[in-house]
Each structure stands twice: as C-alpha cells, then as structure tokens.
Design a protein around this ligand. Sequence first.
Ligand code: HT4
Ligand code: ZN
Length: 261
Amino acid sequence: TGNHWGYGKEDGPTAWHKNYPVAEGDRQSPIDIIPNQTSHDSSLGPIVLNYDHCTSINIANNGHSVVVEFEDSDDRSVIRGGPLDNPYRLKQFHFHWGGKGCHGSEHTVAGNSYASELHLVHWNAVKYKTFGEAATAPDGLAVLGIFLETGDEHRWLHMITDALYTVKFKGSVTDFKGFNPKCLLPSSLQYWTYLGSLTTPPLHESVIWIVVKDPIVVSEKQLGKFRTLVFTGEEEDQRTRMENNFRPPQLLKGRKVRSSN
Ligand SMILES: Cc1ccc(O)c(S)c1
Ligand SMILES: [Zn+2]
C-alpha cells in the first residue's frame, strides 16, 4: 500500500526510487569509503559526546529495525565538534544487520562490509524547531555510524539484546529507561565524514555523516538475537525474520570524504 517499502525483492532498495525519487540524488547514503582516497583535514577537531544526562525512553520494532528513542526536549544529550557547527541533540539509535554468517553494514570500507552498523541519530535544534523540520534540511541531522564485527561477547550489548524478545513484532514498544549508548562506542573516535542522506525512505539528503573508523566487537550469539525480530506485525500470518535490513553503497557523485587525523 501507498509508500510501503522494505528490504525484499519487490519493495527493497532497488525499488525505493519509484516512491522516493531522491533515491537517485547527488548525496545519497551509504557509500563505500576508500581510505586512501579520503582527504585528511587537520581542521577537523575531535567528536565530543555529552551523553551523561541522556534519557532513554523506549525500545521499539518499527518494521524496519529496532530503535531506542531518547528525550530530546532539551540539550541533555548532544554531539558536537568534528565537522559540526552546532551541537546536535540525540534523538534515537538503531541498527542495520545481515543474515546468519552474512555481513550487513551499510557503509563499506574499501569494499569490505562489517556484520552490522549502529546509527546514532542527532538533530540540529539550534537552527530547527523540530526533528521533522531538521530531517528535511541540508544540515539538519548528524548520524554517528559505528561498525559491529563478530568476535568476543560485548560486555554491555546484552542490555539491548536481553530486551529484544519484548519487541519481536512490528509495532511493539516497551519501556527502556536508563540506557546510555556511550557504552556502545569504541575507544577511539577517529572518523570519516561526508554529506549524505538517511539510508531508509524518505532518504532525505539532510545528514552530516560521521563514520567511526574502529568497529566494536560483539558475539555471533548477540547478533543472532537481532534476527529473532520479525518485519511483520503479530496479527499478520507471515513471520518474516528481520535481517539484511541494509541499503547497499550508493554513488559518490563527486563528493569528498574527509578523515580526522
Ligand atoms: C532518522 C533515520 C531513520 C532511519 C535510518 O536508517 C536512519 S540512517 C536515520
Ligand atoms: Zn540507519
């Protein structure tokens, strides 16, 4: 129906342009990042995260991913520095992942993809009144992308994976208080940055991307718990496993990717 979209053969990334023509625009995401073709920019300062007073609200299955929403009525959790001219407020984070044994990150590095990718979505509340307004502005959003690779168990990810059974079906939401996503970041925040878009419809070209170079390590068992979610609602007879909810890399179209030192 209408603007329904997904990750299947008929409604997946190759079909999105029919309802969302910006899918073929000049600043689409994700992209393949080729490190030796990025320009090192010494004017790029470090990323600064002030998440210490962040307020997580709930965890939800929106039929495309699992999303943790935050209270964003004030500047209690912001990202600043790096390529950003203003502080940007944390709104939500979510993940993109692959099938068992397959990779599912959105950005790739010299053609290599990771098992999964975490997106921390922030908006420019200095220039825009609402998230919705910022989401359609060229400098409205800042998304921090973190790669996940499989290996040892991640000591804090269980706080997310232990809650996934409560949001198995599309449309489910449960309380999720007191979670600080700082525990999901790697020790180094060295990054690449470029101008891009949301990686899901409506694919607005409103994102300043900050892709952290170092991945975090999570276990295959932890990642497997994400695949117990389904794209479909409880009332539907289909139970389509939620996996491979990633968009492949898009054309760079002359964009420059800068590298922090
Ligand atoms: C705001 C937003 C929603 C969904 C997404 O995958 C991304 S990357 C950003
Ligand atoms: Zn995303």
